[in-house]
Design a protein around this ligand. Structure first.
Ligand SMILES: [Zn+2]
Ligand SMILES: [Zn+2]
Length: 347
């Protein structure tokens, strides 16, 4: 007898193929980030900075809306595909002559904000007056991920222009054009380290974890409960800021993650249900640090089922308290945030 599948069953069969990529949605990538920054700014100790960045990110959306990115040559795309290399590598010179014109309208938009602090006006004027060659050197330092030689206050503005350029070109690609890299923890479009990862909800992406590029906003799939830095999975754990804000609540990976995946109960190392308050808080938090005791680093992971509006760059920036506590616990951050350059030089 022939069985006919119910629609729900057909969908569940479909889920066996995991979408490898979430390409940036150019119509909303920055406006969604700006909205999230404003939402997080309310009552936040860094509220003024988050609102300033929201104004910059809004300007990015406006500039992107009016910008048509030029794709690399078909030969260059084909070569990247054949050799499993990023399509438009951040270190490959794609920015030359292209990014500085995008910087000016960003500076104009932020400068036009009402009640702009004098210090911010000063930064904008300094960037405007900078020698193009110095800006170019700064851009290379930011694209390389270290920001050396760029003052910390100017860096987010330069980075914002680079993000518009790379997000613009990334959004011209279909997922099928993007090669699968041998290295699973760098962006397959631009080769940049991810800013954070997000467990997505909705449609074909439901329940899957994606690493999020801080430069071009491409997201690529990586299985859960795996270190996104060294790929080990044996000693992964999850941390959240504890209720007193004085330390972190931590839960071991298999417990917290499998419990979340099953919608079930946390289990202790002995396999028995573990119901302590700390583990429950970890399991219910949308923002966690995923640490690895093999490489002693961490990267944040956000859970859209716990908060549908999580946005990798904005939520990473607004959860600095977790970074402080992870640093105190002896873990190193695996990457920077494009809107905050702590390692850049003071002006
Ligand atoms: Zn990228
Ligand atoms: Zn690791």
């Amino acid at each position: 007898m022939q069985r006919i599948l119910e629609p729900g069953q057909i969908e569940s069969l479909d889920r066996t193929s995991i979408p490898r990529l979430r390409m940036p949605q150019r119509a909303e990538v920055f406006s969604a980030r700006a909205a999230r920054l404003r939402q997080l700014a309310d009552g936040h100790p860094l509220g003024d900075y988050l609102r300033l960045m929201a104004a910059l990110v809004d300007a990015q959306q406006h500039v992107l809306d009016n910008f048509q990115a030029e794709r690399p040559s078909p030969e260059s795309i084909e070569q990247a595909q054949q050799h499993c290399m990023p399509l438009v590598p951040a270190s490959g010179g794609y920015d030359a002559g292209r990014w500085q014109p995008l910087l000016v309208p960003l500076l104009d938009a932020v400068a036009a904000q009402p009640a702009l602090p004098a210090a911010v006006k000063g930064v904008i004027e300094r960037v405007r007056a900078a020698d193009p060659a110095a800006l170019e050197a700064g851009a290379q330092a930011l694209l390389a991920g270290h920001g050396k030689g760029v003052d910390a206050a100017s860096a987010p503005f330069l980075m914002a222009a680079l993000q518009v350029l790379w997000t613009g070109v990334a959004s011209t690609f279909e997922a099928g054009e993007v090669p699968m890299l041998d290295v699973p923890n760098v962006c397959p479009v631009c080769g940049t380290l991810p800013v954070a990862s997000v467990v997505r909800i909705g449609g074909a992406h439901e329940g899957y974890r994606y690493l999020c590029c801080g430069l071009c906003a491409t997201e690529w799939h990586m299985v859960r409960v795996k270190c996104t830095h060294c790929e080990a999975s044996e000693h992964v754990a999850y941390h959240v800021v504890d209720t007193a804000g004085a330390g972190t609540d931590a839960a071991l990976a298999s417990e917290a993650e499998s419990a979340v995946a099953d919608g079930g109960i946390l289990k202790g190392p002995d396999g028995r249900p573990k119901l302590d308050e700390a583990s429950k808080r970890v399991a219910s938090s949308p923002i966690r640090a995923e640490s690895c005791d093999d490489c002693h680093s961490y990267r944040k992971i956000f859970y859209q089922d716990k908060d549908p509006f999580v946005e990798p760059v904005a939520d990473d920036l607004a959860s600095l308290a977790l970074d402080v506590l992870m640093g105190e616990a002896g873990y190193a951050r695996a990457n920077g945030n494009p809107l905050l350059w702590q390692n850049a030089e003071d002006a």
